[in-house]
Design a protein around this ligand. Sequence first.
Ligand code: LRH
Ligand code: MN
Length: 401
Amino acid sequence: MSSEIENRLQGRGVTLDGFIAAMQQFSIETPSWGYGDSGTRFKVFHWPGAASHLREKLADAAQVQRVTGACPGVAIHIPWDREDDWRAVKEYASQIGLRIGAVNPNLFQDDAYRFGSLCHFDKAIRQRAIEHIIECIHIAQEVGSGVISLWLADGTNYPGQDDLRRRLLESLQTVYAALPAGMRLLIEYKFFEPAFYATDLPDWGTSLLMAQKLGPQADVLVDTGHHPQGTNIAQIVAQLLDEGRLGGFHFNDRRYADDDLIVGSQNPFELFCIFNEIVSAGAEGNANVGRIEYMIDQSHNIEPKIEAMIQSVINVQTAYAKALLVDRTALREAQEAGDVLGAYRMLQAAFETDVRPLLSEFRVRQGRDPDPVAAFRASGYVERVARERPASAGSSGYPGA
Ligand code: LRH
Ligand code: MN
């Protein structure tokens, strides 16, 4: 074991084998919609060779899996990824080393949903939305996915526009009743946009309330871009782990609003603190830790999409690796001794540890290139698909794309 690695593990209460084992069992889903063209309301820049349909998105995701080994699952979005033969999709995915992960219904792009979907004042529209989710449940069953990941754009723009005690729970109960045994419903919240006065699922508390009212197959999904500025997301994660209702994450990063930038690219310390809470709870035997669905939810408007996804996986692995290096026993002692700065410095020491040699060792032991980005660039894949894929395509269906 190189001294470089040895001294990084020195006195941290974790062995190299323990570190490697933890990294090996960690996996994160990539979003199909992150591989296609996407943009803002101002512009969608077409990327040469950008994936335009599900099989091309899966082929690109397989490249990310090939060089990282950490993301065999791909989340899909309906209707952006609608296909006629889901069994064939499942087969194709497994042929290229992948599986279909969370299925995301889309209740925000249909004209019918101007005043909402599950919360719409018109019962027929609510029924239409419920039927779309049930269609997604059937797709999940066909592709072997155990997760429905639900985000609602529902809300109002003006005071008085609609009753704020709208119709969410009743609709969710109908959806919940349609879930087959073992399938999970992850309830994603967002404090604003596209609604600008009230959002029906605005915060973690409302999602938790709904999950608790619905039943054990429902949990809360934390999208790291969906909180007001200054929100301590690590504390929300700790709270949800304590309740045992942390279903999963949509990882991305932001500076202003729901910017959907590469996770860990703007505020890596925040991401580290989130993983610190997860590792801390895991070290104390918290059962919820083993049931967290890690997913990326980003749009790559100006940067190369596949490389952006590889960098995202590396950033998440890096945050998790640093959280594994916190000396938990010493931290607990400092906390219970009221040693404020002593405790803080233990987290700081782990965060400031360069874990790249450890992650390189982990990848080499898996028979992979220690540098996934370099390995991908050297593959010539981007140049090949830019030649092979028709120029005009590329739309992911992502808003504005
Ligand atoms: C909403 C959201 C949701 C998705 C969409 C692509 O902002 O985070 O998770 O459906 O982005
Ligand atoms: Mn999301």
